[in-house]
Design a protein. Structure first.
Length: 167
């Protein structure tokens, strides 16, 4: 599957984490177990206890593949949903979302690479529920702690990887 971007998943995650301010929010990449009933590419827990999910796509084919999955990213813990896609395919993605998501449950974020290889995200459209919480509740304190725990676990895995790679 050829990518429509030169950015790696890690560069995109970092760009999104900076955009959504990791100093003010708990932001955890690649949550595949322990909290939701599906895998999420990026979860953002705001100070009020509400959760945003961002699905990161690097290509048109990757974006389309999401609509063939058995799960639909439905979880009562998630208040807002976004797709993050390369700037080069944002118009096609917007058209496809209008077709498959007529209620505008999903917002759209485009991203592009800067001259020095950094990721520059831009919100293209908000989910229709941006002014109210889609989820009936914020995360319980135990769930908030679990997400923070999952994020902390990533730190130690990353440190191991850095040491193994000799960096």
């Amino acid at each position: 599957m050829a990518a429509d971007t030169t950015l790696s998943i890690t560069q995109i995650e970092l760009g999104l984490a900076q955009y959504f301010n990791f100093r003010n929010n708990v932001i955890v990449p690649n949550v595949s177990w322990g909290l939701l009933n599906h895998e999420a590419d990026l979860l953002i827990l705001n100070k009020s206890g509400y959760l945003t999910e961002i699905e990161i796509k690097r290509s048109w084919a990757d974006f389309l593949a999401d609509f063939r999955k058995r799960h639909t990213h439905e979880d009562t813990k998630v208040s807002w949903h976004y797709y993050a896609v390369p700037e080069s395919i944002v118009d096609k993605c917007r058209e496809k979302l209008a077709e498959v998501d007529p209620g505008h449950r999903w917002g759209l974020i485009s991203y592009a690479a800067s001259w020095d290889g950094e990721c520059w995200p831009k919100i293209e459209s908000q989910p229709s529920n941006i002014h109210y919480h889609c989820s009936e509740r914020k995360l319980y304190l135990e769930e908030q702690f679990q997400l923070a725990r999952l994020g902390a676990m990533r730190t130690w895995s990353l440190k191991e990887k850095i040491i193994k790679n000799g960096k």
